[in-house]
Ligand binder design. Sequence first.
Ligand code: AHR
Length: 634
Amino acid sequence: MMIFPLPIQEPARLSLDLTKPGVAVSPMLYGHMTEEINFSYDGGLYGELVRNRAFLDDKKQPAHWSAVGEGAYIGLERSGLSSARPIALKVRGAVANEGYWGIPVRPSTSYKVELWTKADASGPIAASIESPDGSTVYARADVKGVDGEWRKLSAVLKTNQHVMPVNDARFVLRTGNNRSTWLSQVSLFPPTFKNRPNGNRQDLMEMLAAMKPRFLRFPGGNYLEGNTPKDRFDWKKTMGPIEERPGHMSPWGYRSTDGVGLLEFLIWCEDTGAKPLLAVYAGYTLNGQHVNAGPALQPFVDEALEEIEYVTGGPETKWGAQRAKDGHPKPFPLEYVEVGNEDGFDRSGSYEGRFVQFYDAIKAKYPHLKVISSTGGTDPIGVKFPITQRKPDLWDEHYYFEAWDMMGMATKYDNYDRKGPHVFVGEWASHDTVAPWVAGAQAGPTPNMKCTIGDAAFMTGLERNSDLVKMACYAPLLVNVNKGGRQWSLNLIGYDNLNSFGSPSYYAQKMFAENIGNRTVTFTLSGVPTQTQGDKHLPALFASATRNTKNGNLYIKLVNPLPTAQEVTLDIVGGHLGREGTKTVLSGDPKAVNTIAEPMKVAPVVTSLHDLTSDFRPTLPPHSVVVLSLKIVH
Ligand code: AHR
């Protein structure tokens, strides 16, 4: 589809009235949403480098493991360490793990190996990180103490400063040809963000923290619900030492180790400065099974209350004490709990009753918590079953729309019912021509600049209406870009095992979150050109303005969807422009994407502005998102 600009015309005029402060901007507006999809944790954010570390991915064969060298033998046996680790890999000779599309190697880096192992004769296991053919050994160490008992043993592999980074190495354990060795869990960790044990990848955590997320919605998404009740996010099975976590099948077609469990999500919040937004399982799964409200649902309600206690409880509580035992004595600052996910898909209509049961129980024990319903609002899924017997504090709306339609959504909340619950846009993203859930879509794995324009236009509407829209988060957040790594075609941040990049939409969101005041500014936009697609028309300029009432700073966001530059005339009533400011511009061809090879092809360019006068007339390049940070003097 083509967008045809109108002929050259006078610049649009943005008239800001500082004498009429607008609505308070929600301090929670921009956050993150996450779930195990696209190898977001295993093979992504989670530091673990060994794939299929507990031999549970495939019942029949040791997937991602291979025998190394002539005469070597490997095979699965049901003789593992425990009920959570029922399987052991029997090895004679040597065995290699291929990692998540390779093991990444960096210079001057320490990798911690941890094995649960035993053997029919004592002696060390030689662990190494080496090239795929074994001709180059990057790091090597002996794991000592192996004998006839199951033991947890460890060693550290160190690369030297001359090693060149590679992403295709393998991890090899040489156990000896003349004995049998059993492995029930094999783990290899590089240094993690903030050196957290069982922690996350440094580069990805830095990228997430740089967005200044105000909250993290976890653990999903479909991942919360599971395909069947046994595959839901069963939080009690995601805690404690990793060998005690059985893991489970995710709805996205692969097994989750649950290495990122409830506590790890909470620490992730702490490490990125986000508040937890905890979604609790609400008795509905993706295969359409549901539990009716009443006694059958009560165990799940109790489970949710216990989960909240794990997050917020003091050491005197059962689950607060458990959290302290797990390594985090300090309670986490929980304010928001969401009941289920996309329960508008539950055609039985059982959600109303289920929501009421959860809502009443949560409010009775934790009256200060805000309870979010997963239906209601005006998105195509939620609208079917709005809650009528209670007023949720917020309802969660999801929008996956074409960039054009997302631009149309920029005015959605301008005239929205203010008497209902507040709005949480818990999932949203623009796409190009193909919907992101279409299997095998050629688009992606991350959005192009056309999508970013749709995203940014939509965000101007969120900001202007932030008295109503209290929170919003894009989805999905993360994608492993290797072939076979993704289930959803468009995602915010891409990576392989060594490198990562932000999409243009990542940068637009970062620009929006970094430049926001605590009050909206009242403005009018006039002389805006029109853009046309088929027989549809939309304005060709989108804007929002906010002000920091403490220091007077003014933040203006402008989105130009046209293939031509636009100038904008600024009128300011109630103050004058200070002399200094900054202009941040993100622009690029609509088809432009960032990739591992070109991570910054579309990236923001910040320019310092000097000697500004009332004549300042910012130019918006073609297809651009522009953020102005300005001072106001009176
Ligand atoms: O974000 C991907 C999926 O889209 C989520 O798991 C689900 O909630 C939605 O349908």
